[in-house]
Design a protein around this ligand. Structure first.
Ligand SMILES: CC(C)(COP(=O)(O)OP(=O)(O)OC[C@H]1O[C@@H](n2cnc3c(N)ncnc32)[C@H](O)[C@@H]1OP(=O)(O)O)[C@@H](O)C(=O)NCCC(=O)NCCS
Length: 479
């Protein structure tokens, strides 16, 4: 899954990971005594004495085979290389779904065929409104500084941002040929564009505010060139600069992004292979579990809540696996691929959210581009204006809940607020976990909320979608 040359095999690394000792022989020690120190003395002896020393070491090896050490899984061991476990999870994921793949292959044929998708698009591009909607966007308009007043500029930005937010949903809701997946994709792209333009506008405004102190007229290069030379406002106001930002894997604009010195071709190829493979795996898994989700509609109809619970438990594992795969595919493979291609230097797209012992830690670490945007353009400005911390946090979660609902309800063409409520439920959950659970218990609570919370929302949306579009629910099997 990761980069092999970043870390050697675990067998080679094992001892250094545990305690930093160079070799196993170096740690020999008498029962009840202390470690005898590195066994490097023999290395300084003459060849004859080295042979004798080696012989006596062999004897010692045969006599003693224990040393003072912790078990690997104890936290005291300091061991942290769980790469093999991660690979095991992937293998288990593939094997545990193999039966389902085979069954579906026999029943429904090949469900995932990327070549078919491309050829269909090429044959009739006008029946694919989502890609057309995305291709049609143009973000690169700006006026040279001084052409219009600050107030007029703010108004025009407001109009532009409103159009970015409202035009795509109007298209999605009015075009019957728009599929839910196409709708999510198109709205996702426009939401990203909205956040980026918001950031672009803010940063340029901040630059204007400090312009007197910082402006240097001798600016030659802007973002988009890997040659390092600091750009200052208004030297950044170029099409090249804004388009570099639009395609860069970040939501926060900066006049001088950190840049890597070269494109590592092997790294790029590995990320590309991961992207293609994991995308197929995700689509395959979604197709594989689709009949199960459909079958779960029947218990809703007959109001058998025990059966609903059973389906919920059945759904939670594949749903969670798909989500984990999505995380790796999007935040590691895809974002690193784009960053490498654009020589974008800041690769902190996620932090160790899996160790979250509190809910706020999870939200501050799992999606760094969004978190950074929230902090920089919404949360901190509110705090600076004197809003208290809890109110500011609630406001951030309200905005986030709005966008979650926007990205689900509009493509499905139904308004149910499950995603909104799921996001808002994070606040009481955070208060509860923070108040009553600590350490591993807190970590388990975060995992449980992720594993159980999402399938509940998925099930609710799928159920409502079926009731709305099929006037009831099917008896199972594919539609
Ligand atoms: C709401 C949210 C922004 C809070 O983040 P947090 O890191 O828990 O917030 P904190 O209160 O600990 O403070 C964060 C920053 O604000 C700063 N800060 C705190 N009080 C401040 C004040 N009065 N004035 C200025 N800055 C202040 C802190 O120093 C800290 O700065 P740093 O990041 O540079 O260290 C975060 O939970 C979040 O991003 N939520 C939404 C996430 C989301 O919806 N993601 C969608 C994923 S799909």
């Amino acid at each position: 899954m990761g980069d092999r040359n970043e870390r050697g095999p675990s067998t080679r690394r094992r001892r250094t990971t545990i305690s930093g000792e160079a070799t196993g022989a170096s740690a020999r020690q008498a029962n009840g005594g202390k470690a005898s120190g590195p066994g490097g003395q023999g290395e300084q002896d003459a060849p004859g004495s080295a042979r004798r020393h080696k012989g006596s070491n062999d004897v010692k090896d045969r006599l003693s085979c224990h040393r003072l050490q912790e078990s690997l899984l104890s936290s005291e061991s300091g061991y942290s290389n769980y790469r093999g476990i991660l690979n095991w999870c992937v293998v288990m994921l593939v094997l545990s779904n193999a039966r389902l793949f085979l069954e579906n292959l026999i029943k429904y044929g090949i469900l995932v065929d990327p070549i078919q998708v491309v050829s269909l698009f090429l044959k009739d591009p006008y029946s694919w409104p989502a890609p057309c909607l995305i291709i049609g966007n143009d973000a690169g308009h700006h006026w040279p500084p001084g052409t219009i007043s600050e107030g007029a500029g703010t108004f025009l930005h407001f109009v532009n941002l409103s159009a970015v937010l409202c035009f795509p949903p109007a298209t999605v809701l009015t075009l019957s040929s728009m599929t839910p997946v196409g709708g999510v994709f198109a709205l996702g792209v426009y939401t990203i564009l909205f956040l980026k333009l918001f950031s672009y506008k803010d940063v340029n405004k901040w630059c204007r505010e400090i312009r007197q102190a910082t402006a240097r007229p001798s600016v030659h290069r802007a973002n988009g060139s890997a040659v390092h030379s600091n750009v200052t406002y208004p030297g950044n106001l170029t099409h090249r600069d804004i388009y570099y930002f639009i395609f860069a894997p970040t939501l926060c604009y900066e006049l001088n992004f950190p840049r890597s010195t070269r494109i590592r071709k092997r790294f790029l190829l590995r990320r590309l292979i991961e992207m293609l493979f994991l995308m197929q795996l995700q689509v395959g898994l979604i197709h594989g579990w689709f009949p199960t989700v459909q079958n779960s509609m029947k218990p809703f109809q007959v109001k058998s809540y025990f059966q609903v619970l059973t389906f919920l438990f059945l759904l939670q594992v594949p749903n969670h696996m798909i989500w984990l795969l999505f995380f790796y595919w999007f935040f590691h493979s895809s974002m690193n691929f784009v960053a490498e291609l654009m020589q974008f230097g800041d690769r902190e797209f996620y932090r160790d959210w899996w160790n979250s012992e509190t809910v706020p830690y999870f939200w501050a670490n799992w999606n760094i581009p969004v978190h950074k945007w929230c902090l920089r353009h919404f949360y901190k400005p509110m705090l600076r204006k004197g809003v208290n911390k809890l109110a500011a946090q609630i406001a951030v979660f309200l905005v986030s809940a709005f966008f979650h609902e926007y990205l689900v309800s509009i493509p499905l063409k139904m308004f149910r607020l499950w995603a909104f409520m799921g996001m808002m439920a994070q606040i009481p959950l955070a208060l509860f976990v923070g108040r009553f659970l600590r350490g591993n218990y807190g970590n388990a609570a975060v995992w449980i909320s992720l594993i159980i919370g999402q399938p509940i929302a998925v099930l609710m949306y799928v159920h409502d979608y079926y009731v709305l579009h099929y006037g009831g629910v099917s008896e199972g099997g594919a539609v």
